[in-house]
Design a protein around this ligand. Structure first.
Ligand SMILES: [Zn+2]
Length: 149
């Protein structure tokens, strides 16, 4: 008891205490880093491109320029929507045609705006293969899609 109150003994205790304080600091730094990483992951999953968000996006085609762009249709939004290409409301939902003109399938579709969608009469034909394009245009059979280039 008496020995513990001597200055030398206190110094020894300080020496013992020092490493554990350092250890606590390291642990604190470690948990801060973990928090930052967790925060980063949360930011990434909410702010980044998630599969869900891509699923809501649709391909639109600008009727003025014939160029396509991605857009997520919000509720209450009606076509034609604003097209970044024409800078006017000339954007329509486009239908993909995966046929080639020699009857095979392709991986990169030709995008076509269905005439009926724009309030026009008559059937819609793909400018590339000449096949009729309808709403929710069906893909070629699976075996053709598997062999598609
Ligand atoms: Zn086609």
């Amino acid at each position: 008891m008496i020995a513990a109150c001597e200055p030398e003994a206190l110094q020894d205790m300080a020496k013992v205490a020092a490493p554990s304080q350092t250890k606590q600091r390291i642990m604190l730094a470690g948990s801060l880093a973990a928090l930052l990483i967790a925060g980063g992951l949360v930011w990434y999953s909410f702010g980044g491109e998630t599969p869900l968000r891509q699923a809501n996006e649709r391909v639109f085609m600008c009727a003025e320029t014939g160029k396509t762009f991605f857009h997520e249709l919000e509720s209450g939004e009606i076509e034609p929507i604003y097209s970044p290409h024409s800078k006017q409301n000339t954007g329509w939902i486009a239908e993909p045609c995966y046929w080639t003109n020699d009857g095979r399938a392709k991986k990169e579709p030709t995008w076509v705006i269905e005439r009926r969608r724009m309030g026009l009469e008559g059937k819609t034909y793909c400018p590339d293969c000449g096949r009729e394009v309808v709403g929710h245009n069906p893909r070629p059979p699976k075996e053709l899609m598997d062999a598609a280039e």
